[in-house]
Write a protein that binds this ligand. Structure first.
Ligand code: XMP
Length: 317
């Protein structure tokens, strides 16, 4: 029978054996998988694990600072890299979703390659690949997929010539969560909703600017903290807000406004392959909508997405 304690004991022993005194580089994303993979490798080899956490400027509000602190508290040797400008400049003027994803994947690889050169003599690349990623790598559209799809092409970035170590590649998501809990990883990381690698870039329809990111971060923050405050967060599989490329007429006092529209999305799902829209209570939606419109300058209308997957996808891009 599978138990988390036995999994951890065996995996740590295997990792120690396999890696020995070599150095490992690992890219943390703030998500469950990379965090649990890092903690397992850390238990096996300690300071020889070098983690890199990249701020792509497309994360949630305060996410970079908060998550970096949690990682440091967990004892991980982690370097936070501020690459916001590189990502914004690569995204400038791009509107096509796949073009945005490609640009983000490319910059991520550049930044990661650059950072990996700071770790002299690294031999391994640690990854948080889980079993479903192995069997249906088609469903992953993010930077990690970009990395994989580049594997067979010539002119690889140097870090891709490293040997790969993937301690979670036999586990399903719920098992990863149990292992993470057993390792003592904080609930704010373990219970975290999935968040796409390209981040807010695929929730801002059309071109990306730092101003739009700032607006969406505020909207998203109000929505997500309200879900947490009301205890609804754990009943939802994934939630977020989309900044739409349209303006609508409104009134404020005696003034006519012509401002942005945001769409809220919350779904229940098992694996993200299919999903139902969440029947969030009307009172909750009313409060969130009021708070967004009152607090976020530049937004005068909030709509709620009532589409399920299929045929709609979870993200709008
Ligand atoms: P869709 O929109 O395809 O999303 O229904 C299913 C799940 O995948 C996530 N997603 C992504 N994750 N890179 C990622 O790492 C991506 O480009 C990407 N696109 C979608 C989405 O957030 C949902 O959890």
């Amino acid at each position: 029978d599978w138990t988390p304690d036995m999994f951890i004991e065996n995996t740590v022993a295997e990792l120690r054996e396999k890696i020995g005194n070599d150095k490992v580089i690992l890219g943390l994303s703030g998500g469950v998988d990379s965090s649990v993979a890092a903690m397992l490798i850390h238990q096996a080899i300690g300071k020889n694990l070098y983690c890199i956490f990249v701020d792509n400027g497309l994360l949630r509000k305060n996410e970079f600072e908060d998550v970096l602190h949690s990682y440091k508290d967990m004892g991980l040797n982690v370097k936070g890299v501020d690459a916001k400008e590189q990502f914004y400049s690569a995204l400038s003027g791009l509107t096509d979703p796949e073009a945005k994803r490609k640009a983000i994947g490319r910059v991520f690889i550049e930044v990661f390659d650059q950072e990996s050169h700071q770790v002299e003599d690294a031999k391994w690349l640690g990854q948080g690949t889980i079993y479903p990623d192995v069997i249906e790598s088609v469903s992953v559209k993010g930077p990690s997929a970009t990395i994989k799809s580049h594997h067979n092409v010539g002119g690889l970035p140097d870090f891709m010539k490293l040997k790969v170590v993937e301690p979670l590649n036999t586990l399903f998501k719920d098992e990863v969560r149990i292992v993470g809990k057993t390792l003592g990883i904080d609930d704010t990381i373990i219970g975290r909703h999935p968040f796409p690698g390209p981040g807010l870039a695929i929730r801002i329809l059309g071109d990306i600017t730092p101003e739009k990111v700032a607006i969406l971060q505020e909207v998203d923050h109000i929505f997500i903290s309200s879900l947490k405050k009301t205890g609804l967060y754990d009943q939802v599989w994934q939630a977020g807000a989309m900044l739409l490329p349209i303006q609508s007429v409104g009134v404020m006092g005696d003034e006519r406004t012509y401002e942005r529209v945001v769409a809220l999305r919350a779904v229940t799902s098992v694996d993200g392959m299919t999903a139902d829209w969440c029947h969030l209570p009307y009172e909750f939606l009313a409060d969130v909508s009021n708070e967004i419109i009152n607090k976020v300058r530049g937004v005068n209308r909030v709509v709620y997405d009532i589409s399920s997957k299929p045929p709609a996808t979870i993200e709008w891009e």
